[in-house]
Design a protein around this ligand. Structure first.
Ligand SMILES: Nc1ncnc2c1ncn2[C@@H]1O[C@H](COP(=O)(O)OP(=O)(O)OP(=O)(O)O)[C@@H](O)[C@H]1O
Ligand SMILES: [Mg+2]
Length: 324
């Protein structure tokens, strides 16, 4: 734990929702994150992948205490922030920032780029107005935007440029940890590589640690040191990036990977396809045993009855009964 900048233990986040049945007053609970544990080492990039709705955003937002956890523990820089008050969180939040999933929705259209980037400095009372403007100019340069962009509005920018603004805003208060929530999913393929390269350079230059969320393993393969795979609010596999990518162990990781096209016709022909059958179950009524048991092709009786604990297998964490 000493060298982990962030550590979560058995983290849970449930959302109470109203029943969809008409006239019903019944309350239901969405098990968005259902007991996830991992640590992120200082300077590491941890990729978090899984299908839409599996709880990646909720996990990331709870880990940086944008949401109050339902259960479990969160440690940041050795400090237990699980139940920290808003006041106690102020200095912590300065060190943890977020780059949001949708660069179109996450920038306030009424503010200029300069105001958007300097907002975290105003919140944390850092510098005078002149110093803030100087810092914004510096940040525009760091993310590859022009000095005169400072007075423009978000609607004058492309998706890639907006995401650069989002990155500049996240960097404004010199954080040590950034949760990157699918920062490239909404962008053109040609722009995606530019943003990824920039994030990698920034990590090296500024000594940053990332929790990097994506729904596709190939997107996080190069930038991540380790990859965690999530399914229905649970972590099913976590290990070194290349190993998870080239030799997936969990049946769900295998299925997720076989959906990724390989740019090599011979390997494509040889690749065994593990197609995912059936629908992803509702997080309101998750299966009793293994969360993946309703779609798994290798399941046994125990899989339907007992939730598999996370085990250490060949340097990887894996939650599957098939691994003794
Ligand atoms: N504020 C909320 N209130 C109720 N349910 C929520 C809330 N936020 C998320 N959920 C539910 O929690 C589950 C996980 O959602 P989350 O957004 O974390 O998934 P995700 O993996 O980030 O998906 P995506 O890849 O589409 O961004 C979903 O079933 C979602 O509907
Ligand atoms: Mg999300």
């Amino acid at each position: 734990m000493a060298d982990n900048i962030l550590e979560i233990q058995d983290l849970k986040k449930y959302f109470p929702v109203k029943s969809r049945k008409i006239f019903s007053r019944e309350r239901q609970v969405v098990h968005a994150v259902d007991g996830v544990s991992f640590g992120i080492r200082r300077g590491e990039v941890l990729g978090l992948v899984g299908e839409s709705g599996c709880g990646k955003t909720t996990l990331g937002r709870t880990a940086v205490r944008l949401y109050k956890p339902t259960g479990g523990k969160i440690f940041f820089d050795g400090q237990d922030i699980t139940n920290a008050s808003n006041r106690e969180l102020i200095p912590v939040k300065k060190k943890m920032q977020i780059i949001f999933q949708d660069p179109y929705a996450s920038l306030n259209p009424r503010l200029t780029i300069g105001d958007i980037i300097s907002e975290p400095m105003r919140i944390h009372h850092i510098g005078t107005k002149a110093e803030q403007e100087e810092r914004v100019q510096e940040l525009l340069n760091v993310v590859g935007l022009k000095p005169d962009h400072i007075r423009r509005y978000p609607n004058e920018f492309s998706g890639g440029q907006r995401q650069r603004v989002g990155i500049a805003r996240a960097l404004a208060v010199n954080p040590s940890f950034i949760m990157c929530d699918e920062p490239i999913s909404a962008l053109d393929v040609s722009i995606q590589a530019q943003i990824i390269n920039m994030l990698e350079e920034l990590r090296d230059k500024l000594n940053l640690t990332y929790l990097f969320v994506a729904h596709d393993l190939s997107m996080v393969r190069h930038i991540s040191d380790r990859i965690c795979v999530m399914y229905l609010g649970n972590m099913v596999e976590c290990g070194p990036s290349e190993e998870v990518y080239t030799h997936p162990m969990h049946p769900y990781t295998k299925a997720l990977l076989s959906a990724v096209p390989i740019p090599d016709p011979i390997r494509t022909r040889e690749q065994k396809r593990t197609l995912l059958e059936g629908e992803i179950p509702s997080p309101i009524n998750p299966p009793k045993g293994c969360p993946f048991c309703t779609r798994c092709t290798c399941k046994e009786k125990i899989c339907m009855e007992v939730k598999p604990p996370v085990k250490e297998v060949d340097g990887r964490q894996i939650a599957c009964h098939l691994f003794p």
